[in-house]
Design a protein around this ligand. Structure first.
Ligand SMILES: N[C@@H](CCC(=O)N[C@@H](CS)C(=O)NCC(=O)O)C(=O)O
Length: 233
């Protein structure tokens, strides 16, 4: 199937957007000029965006096809998880979407579980300085490590990167970067960064963030500055 016209509306600071920009990098869409990138300012989402592109007023949105051409399958698609899977399927040679339906189901389950048991406590720790949330965050990462241990290899399902990995990468990356920057209260980050128990999640983080796609979509200084400003507001 030929790849249709693609436009991504995204914001560098937004982890949900980074899921999609990571995938577009991984499949070579940026390198091959197969996608137009529109960077949005989250502080000033324009009225036309909510009117024409996404009534929820949120990024990311992937525009597929051309509005003027009814044959092009035109759609403005919101929701990072949905977009991520579509990108994986539009570029099957990338192998980001496993052929095996059970493996696909595992990839789908991974991100919502990660958000529930890791990101909820992480947000509480960051925004409220709730130290009990630090223990919950580490317990959540224990469970994530047990999911990773089900397959040998550097990624969730082995040595092949899938959309499941890309869905959690922006969040795991921010945990390490903002922890290193001193924005996580208590001892949770020190434990995560040094305790032998958390060596598997450190290795997983390293496997994700050592990729070119990560370097091309993540600016550590900018993300720390934005987070500091948001927490101070
Ligand atoms: N469930 C959405 C969440 C997207 C989201 O929260 N985007 C934020 C930026 S990180 C946004 O656009 N915020 C602007 C607003 O809500 O006004 C997804 O997975 O795409």
């Amino acid at each position: 199937m030929p790849v249709p016209e693609l436009t991504i509306f995204a914001a560098h600071e937004c982890p949900w957007s980074q899921r999609v920009t990571l995938a577009l990098c991984e499949v070579g869409a940026y390198a091959n000029d197969q996608v137009k990138h529109i960077e949005m300012d989250l502080a000033k989402i324009p009225f036309w965006f909510a009117m024409k592109i996404n009534p929820a007023g949120q990024v990311p949105v992937l525009t597929v096809g051309n509005e003027a051409d009814h044959e092009s399958g035109f759609i403005n698609l919101p929701e990072s998880g949905v977009i991520l899977e579509l990108v994986a399927e539009l570029f099957p040679e990338s192998a980001l979407s496993p052929e095996d339906p059970f493996m696909r189901a595992k990839a789908r389950h991974f991100a919502p579980r990660f958000v529930d048991i890791v990101m909820d406590p992480w947000n509480r720790l960051l925004k409220e300085g709730d130290l009990e949330a630090g223990a919950a965050l580490l317990a959540g990462l224990d469970e994530i490590q047990s999911l990773l241990a089900r397959h040998s290899g550097v990624f969730l399902l082995g040595d092949t990167l899938t959309f499941g990995d890309l869905a959690v990468a922006p969040f795991l990356g921010r945990i390490f970067v903002l922890g290193k920057a001193g924005l996580m209260a208590g001892e949770a980050y020190a434990t995560l960064a040094t305790d032998a128990k958390y060596a598997p999640i450190r290795a997983y983080h390293a496997a994700l963030t050592s990729r070119t796609s990560w370097r091309d979509t993540f600016d550590e200084v900018y993300i720390v500055e934005k987070a500091r400003a948001q927490l101070a507001a």
